[in-house]
Design a protein around this ligand. Structure first.
Ligand code: ATP
Ligand code: MG
Length: 564
C-alpha cells in the first residue's frame, strides 16, 4: 500500500512479513499468500482497525497475494447493515483493494453446520443441557481443572437428533448448546469443552429467520479462514490462547489449515478504541455520531481532515510487534502534518477578526494580489487575493501594550501583510466600554508584494482578508476527547465518561475567509496560513461555510524527538 510497486521494501522485515517470506521460500501452501480483514459489523472502524487493514492488505500487496474483506457476522444481536456499509466505505477509503472478494461469514452457516454434524459423528461434539451459569461453574479456574458435563457421554444418535432439533427451533434460547468434546482438565481453559453453537431465536441481518442456532466466534473463525483458503490468519494478541482451539477444530475436521499469527493491537494516548464504549458515546450523545470529528473512527478522522495517506504512513511508522504498548498521539499528528504540508492548498482565514481601515488607501479601489497556493508544490500555482480599504486581521495579532517579545502589530509599529503591503498602525478605535473595535493604519504603496524597495525590515508577517470580499464561516476547533492519556483510568466507581474533556469542541462563528474557497466541498482540505490545517465539514453549504480544524502547525512530536 505504501510503495507503489508493491514490493516488500528492503528495510528489515517485521516478524509477520518474515514468516510470510519464509513460507513463500519453503513452498508452504504452494507459496500462495492470502490474507483477510475480518471485522464484526457491530460498530464503525477505528484507527486500530486501520493498523490491521494496512498489515493484512499490505502483506497481500507486497507479496503478490490476495486480500479478502470478510464480515465476521455470526452474532445476529449487535449487527446492522449500517455498520456493514460504513466498513466497506472506510476500507475502500484507506486504499485496501479486496478485488471483488467481499465475503460474509454468514454465507458459510450451512457448511459450518455440516461440519458440526461431522464432529458429532466423530464423537468430538455433544449437545449439553447445562445452563450458561452451570457451564461456567463446570469450567473450573486457572488453577483447578473443570468437571465433565453430565451430558458429555450422550450417544452419537441422540446428539445428532438433538442438534437437528436445536436447528429447527424446537428448544428455547439458552436451553442447550453444542460443545466440543476436548478436555475439561486442560491447562488452557479455552480447550475445556468450548461451546460451538448456542440457541438464539434472533433475526440475522442477512440470513433472516433461517437459523435458530448461531456459531460461536472460536468455532466459526477458523472455518471461515479455511473455506477462503487464507494462508496467514493475522489477529491481535488476545487470541494467542485461542490458537490451540483454532488448530483443534481444523485438525479434527481434517480440512485446509491456515496459520494463525498474533500481533500487538494499537493503543493510542488520549484515545479509546473499544467499540462497545464508542457506541456508548454515540448513544448517550457525548458526541454527534460515529463520524464526530473527535472520534477515533475512520469516518470521524476523515471528516476531521485526515488523509488515507497519513494514516497509512502512521501504520507503517509504528510497525508490528508482539508487545502491547501505547503510541503517542503526537506521532499520528506528525504523520498527518507531513502529508498535509505537502498537499494542502494555503488560504487566508481570520478566526477572530479585528477590523483594519487603511486610511490612505483610495476609497472603492480593489487590488488583486498574487498568492502562492503551496510553497511545497510549485505545480499548485498561484491565485489572486483581493485587497481593499477595509481588512480583517486576527485579534491576537494586535496588542495595545505589547510585551518585549511580541513583534506583531501594535500602536506605531509597521508589519507586513502577507503577499500585500507593509502597514503601520496609527490609531486604536474603541467603543464606550473600552473594547477595541478597529485599527486605523496607513500602507506603503511601494511595498506591494511584501518587500520594501529601500530594504527596511519588519519583524512580523500577518495573514488578513479583505472585509468587502471575505466569506463568513463557522470554524470548529478540537481538543482530545479525553483529558487522560489513558481514558480508562478512573477513580473508584466512575466510568470512562468521567474522563471526557469538557473543552474538546469549540465552535467559532463569524470567522472571515478569503473568497477563493467559495466553492469548497465537504472533505476538501486546506491550510489556513499561520493557523493550521482545516477540512470543509459535511455541514458546509455555499451560504454557510463550515470548517473543521484537522491539526495545528506546531509539531510536538518533532520536539519530543529532538529532546530524546
Ligand atoms: P470487538 O471484538 O470487541 O467487537 P474488535 O475491535 O476486536 O472489537 P473486530 O471487528 O473483531 O473488532 O476487529 C476486526 C479486526 O481488527 C480483528 O482482526 C482485530 O484483531 C483487529 N483489531 C481490532 N482492534 C485493533 C487494534 N486496536 N489494533 C489492531 N488491530 C485491531
Ligand atoms: Mg473482535
Amino acid at each position: 500500500m505504501e510503495n507503489n510497486n508493491n514490493e516488500p521494501n528492503n528495510e528489515r522485515l517485521d516478524f509477520i512479513r518474515q514468516i510470510v517470506a519464509d513460507d513463500i521460500e519453503n513452498g508452504v501452501n504452494d507459496s500462495r499468500v492470502h490474507t483477510r480483514f475480518p471485522p464484526e459489523p457491530n460498530g464503525y472502524l477505528h484507527i486500530g482497525h486501520a493498523k490491521s487493514i494496512c498489515l493484512n492488505y499490505g502483506i497481500a500487496a507486497e507479496f503478490g497475494g490476495k486480500f479478502n474483506l470478510r464480515f465476521d457476522d455470526t452474532n445476529p444481536c449487535k449487527e446492522e447493515q449500517e455498520y456493514v456499509d460504513s466498513i466497506i466505505e472506510d476500507v475502500r477509503w484507506l486504499g485496501a483493494d479486496w478485488q471483488g472478494r467481499l465475503l460474509f461469514g454468514s454465507d458459510y452457516f450451512q457448511q459450518m453446520y455440516d461440519w458440526a454434524v461431522d464432529l458429532i459423528k466423530k464423537g468430538k461434539a455433544y449437545v449439553c443441557d447445562l445452563t450458561a451459569e452451570e457451564t461456567r461453574a463446570h469450567r473450573g479456574t486457572l488453577t483447578e481443572p473443570g468437571k465433565n458435563s453430565p451430558y458429555r457421554d450422550r450417544s452419537v444418535e441422540e446428539n445428532l437428533d438433538l442438534f437437528e432439533r436445536m436447528k429447527n427451533g424446537e428448544f428455547p434460547d439458552g436451553s442447550k448448546t453444542l460443545k466440543a468434546k476436548i478436555d475439561m482438565a486442560s491447562p488452557n481453559v479455552n480447550l475445556r469443552d468450548p461451546v460451538m453453537y448456542r440457541i438464539l431465536h434472533a433475526s440475522h441481518h442477512r440470513t433472516g429467520d433461517a437459523w435458530n442456532i448461531y456459531p460461536m466466534y472460536d468455532w466459526a473463525h477458523g472455518l471461515e479462514d479455511s473455506i477462503e483458503g487464507i494462508t496467514h490468519s493475522i489477529c491481535t494478541l488476545e487470541f494467542e490462547n485461542h490458537r490451540p482451539l483454532y488448530d483443534w477444530f481444523i485438525d479434527a475436521l481434517e480440512i485446509y489449515h491456515p496459520r494463525q499469527i498474533e500481533f500487538a493491537r494499537l493503543n493510542l494516548t488520549y484515545t479509546m478504541m473499544s467499540k462497545r464504549k464508542l457506541l456508548q458515546l454515540v448513544k448517550d450523545k457525548h458526541v454527534s455520531g460515529w463520524d464526530d470529528s473527535r472520534m477515533p473512527t475512520l469516518s470521524g478522522m476523515r471528516r476531521r481532515g485526515f488523509s488515507p495517506e497519513a494514516i497509512r504512513s502512521f501504520c507503517k511508522t509504528i510497525g508490528v510487534n508482539k508487545f502491547n504498548s501505547t503510541v503517542d498521539y503526537a506521532l499520528l499528528e506528525h504523520c498527518l502534518r507531513q502529508h498535509l504540508n505537502a498537499t494542502s492548498p494555503r488560504v487566508m482565514a481570520v478566526l477572530n477578526p479585528l477590523k483594519v481601515v487603511i486610511t490612505n488607501y483610495p476609497e472603492g479601489e480593489v487590488d488583486e494580489l498574487d498568492a502562492v497556493n503551496n510553497p511545497e508544490d510549485v505545480s499548485a500555482g498561484t491565485r489572486k487575493v483581493p485587497f481593499g480599504k477595509e481588512l480583517y486581521v486576527e485579534r491576537d495579532d494586535f496588542m495595545e501594550e505589547p510585551p518585549r517579545k511580541f513583534f506583531r502589530l501594535a500602536p506605531g509599529r509597521e508589519v507586513r501583510l502577507r503577499y500585500a503591503y507593509f502597514i503601520t498602525c496609527n490609531e486604536v478605535i474603541k467603543d464606550a466600554d473600552g473594547n477595541i473595535t478597529e485599527l486605523h493604519c496607513t500602507y506603503d504603496p511601494a511595498t506591494r508584494g511584501g518587500d520594501a524597495p529601500d530594504g527596511r525590515k519588519v519583524k512580523a508577517t500577518l495573514h488578513w482578508v479583505s472585509a468587502e470580499h471575505a466569506l463568513d464561516a463557522e470554524v470548529r476547533l478540537y481538543d482530545h476527547l479525553f483529558t487522560k492519556e489513558n481514558p480508562e483510568e478512573t477513580e473508584d466507581g466512575q466510568d470512562f465518561t468521567a474522563n471526557l474533556n469538557p473543552d474538546s469542541l469549540k465552535v467559532l462563528s463569524g470567522c472571515k475567509i478569503e473568497p477563493s474557497v467559495a466553492n469548497t466541498k465537504p472533505l476538501d482540505r486546506c491550510q489556513f496560513e499561520r493557523l493550521g490545517y482545516f477540512c470543509t465539514d459535511k455541514d458546509s453549504t455555499p451560504g454557510k461555510l463550515v470548517f473543521n480544524k484537522t491539526v495545528g502547525l506546531k509539531d510536538t512530536w518533532a520536539k519530543i524527538q529532538k529532546k530524546q
